[in-house]
Design a protein around this ligand. Sequence first.
Ligand code: URA
Length: 242
Amino acid sequence: MSKLRMDKFLSSQLNLSRADAKRLLREGRVTLNGKPVRKGEQQLDPEADAVCLDGTRIGYAAHLYLMLHKPSGVVSSTDSPGDVTVVDLVPEPMRRPGLFPAGRLDKDTTGFVLLTDDGAFAHEILAPGKHVPKTYHVTLTRRVTRDEQREIEAGLDLPDARLKPAALRFLHDAPDDGLPVYEIVLTQGIYHQIKRMFLHFGNPVVRLHRVSIGALTLDPALAPGDCRLLSDAELQKLRSKN
Ligand code: URA
């Protein structure tokens, strides 16, 4: 395993700023293989070496899994000159090389984006054959008719794609502009799928927000632009795919 600086190890594993990690080191609370370490630039092998804080070993998570509340105007990629990307929103201590969004939302779509540096896991969640359901709240220009609902739930034919059946349910009229809000569940990831689906009926999408991926729902405590680590239980939930 490649080496890592001690301050980077502490900040990434304990979710601290680099300054707070350095403070712990200055206070003499950190040991490396039993010996006190005070220098942030100390190199270590995160898999082989034992790092302790106040005598308790800090486990090393080989991969990072983050839940991000994507705001509108942010691009779901790692690098897009002139744009703010979802990776730009990750605070420095949580950044890692290779971090990328596991699945894309349009620039104007808000909600749950999963960021990870674990390619195999992302594939498990995203591969078209895996059918992990993604749930969205979609605000439309007008209400959906019964016939339209039936077509959407049976699977629509677009000029270049056959869409799988999608569950659709009216939720409420939006308090601010009175437009109808629906919940829609997709098991397919075609580009602009929801927008194209409703445009097909001449009912443009006004707002689109992803609320869940599989059984995992966006934490309502996360404000737009914020992200946090997934807990082990949440990761399990995501792996269970139901
Ligand atoms: N469908 C869309 O049209 N846009 C998204 O961002 C996600 C699903």
